[in-house]
Design a protein around this ligand. Structure first.
Ligand code: 5AD
Length: 451
């Protein structure tokens, strides 16, 4: 059977989609190649959220097909995911050596399409059509994909987004919001837990809108909170995370859940995008600065140790110095644990791309740097506070930067690196934080004093 190499660009949802496709191919007998050079099939799972992500995948494909022409003429190449969805046939027109283009509702068809290509029944395949119920097809896991057994897993609960933020391409690449059923999701989580998973991250483009149209509010609880409760029931599961939520989805039911459901970790990723009300409106975010700050305040009241991270866009069309100052002041006010900063990138068919006042790259760079410095300074202060503290971590495996050491995560989602052994892998354990690095804690297994 052939071997396959999948390279993933972009978000955790993409990572999850790639994993499901890999698992579907493995189930058919494919092996997973260690590199593109050793693979019979190379698939790029693409991201469209910024132009740079698209260019990276396009350049990668160009260079791979160039090499293959000389060295591996039978290699098969495919694009999957968001850029495949938004560009479709155009990708093959531009890169005629590409064999397969699979959109975001067709990941589960990849194996069949490869069969057809291998059997010579079809030469090129482009499928970016919508497919009903495709939201429930991302379910297979590769728990032993890495050398160590996985203790954390991602579960896709919904697809698509109806928010239509004016900068964002996601509603066009991922389609309308579609949610899986609670029982279906719980069954997948239960299976994962029975295979040793201790932490599950529920995934979707806008998870707080989960089930909004299909599952009625019950006892004041939204469908998403009902799902959290159902997953929380699973014996043996230790931690629940989710991403990405929308701030407007943080109703009181969700805020209260943080205090009520002990497996729901003290961590929230709340993309704010801007601190300026004028820009929030132009972005179509659906909240004001004041409302956002109100949500943070409520969350911290419910869970004082909650770790809060965010996404911020700098250089949105028409962003003035004053608007940007408001973003800086919001970052100071909230004191984020960390923030991902993005330079605005005009996206195909999005309303913001057609707005007046597109800003020069130099302004974006300058604001990016100023905000990054502030976020680093605030983050460092947050991390310093952990020195000397004892905290629970779930050990995920060897540290990526230094495989001689182990790494785990605190409940508030901070990475802890420590001198440990393989036997610590998969364990929940206490460590004492000795020192901090850039967005990393360094710890030592805490010695329990039984005296
Ligand atoms: N330009 C820059 N950043 C963007 N994001 C989404 N669309 C764009 C864009 N056109 C950022 C947002 C979002 C994160 C995943 O990517 O901050 O939260």
């Amino acid at each position: 059977m052939p071997s396959v190499y999948i390279k993933t660009y972009g978000c955790q949802m993409n990572e999850r989609d790639s994993e499901a496709v890999a698992a579907q191919l493995v189930a058919k007998g494919y092996t997973l190649a260690k590199s593109e050079a050793m693979a019979d099939v190379v698939l790029l799972n693409t991201c469209s959220v910024r132009d740079m992500a698209e260019q990276k995948a396009l350049n990668k494909m160009k260079s791979m097909v160039g090499v293959a022409k000389k060295e591996r003429p039978n290699q098969i190449f495919g694009f999957m995911g968001c850029m495949a969805q938004s560009r479709g046939q155009e990708l093959i027109d531009k890169l005629p050596d590409v064999d397969l283009v699979v959109g975001t509702q067709k990941f589960h068809r990849t194996a069949d399409y490869l069969d057809e290509i291998f059997a010579g029944r079809r030469d090129k395949i482009v499928d970016i059509a919508a497919e009903e119920k495709s939201e429930a097809t991302i379910r297979e896991h590769l728990l032993n994909g890495n050398a160590t057994k996985s203790v954390t897993a991602f579960v896709s609960i919904m697809q698509g987004c109806n928010q239509y933020c004016t900068f964002c391409i996601v509603p066009y690449t991922r389609g309308e919001e579609r949610s899986r059923g609670i029982a279906d999701i719980v069954a997948e989580c239960r299976e994962l837990v029975s295979r040793g998973v201790k932490e599950i991250t529920l995934l979707g483009q806008i998870v707080t809108s989960y089930g909004r149209r299909d599952i009625p509010v019950r006892d004041g609880k939204s469908a998403f909170v009902q799902l959290l409760e159902a997953v929380h029931e699973i014996a043996g599961l230790e931690r629940i995370r989710f991403t990405s939520p929308h701030p407007k989805g943080y109703g009181d039911d969700l805020v209260v859940a943080y205090g009520r459901l002990p497996k729901l970790v003290e961590s929230a990723h709340l993309p704010v995008q801007s601190g300026s009300d004028r820009l929030l409106k132009l972005m179509h975010r659906g909240y004001t600065r004041e409302r956002y700050l109100g949500i943070i305040e409520k969350l911290r009241k419910a869970q004082p140790r909650i770790g809060i991270t965010t996404d911020i866009i700098v250089g949105f069309p028409g962003e003035t110095e004053t608007d940007f100052e408001e973003t800086l002041s919001l970052a100071r006010e909230v004191e984020f644990d960390n923030a991902y900063i993005f330079k605005y990138s005009p996206r195909k068919d999005t309303p913001a791309a057609a707005l007046d006042g597109q800003l020069p790259q130099a302004v974006k760079e300058e604001r990016n740097e100023a905000l990054l410095n502030l976020i680093n300074e605030i983050g460092a202060r947050h991390y310093e506070k952990f020195v000397g503290c004892r905290t629970e971590i779930l050990v995920e495996g060897p540290s990526k930067k230094n495989p001689a050491r182990m790494m785990g995560r605190t409940r508030c989602n901070k990475i802890v690196v420590f001198d440990g052994a393989e036997r610590h892998g998969g364990q929940l354990m206490d460590v004492r934080i000795e020192r901090v690095g850039a967005f990393t804690l360094y710890g030592e297994p805490a010695i329990v004093n039984l005296g």
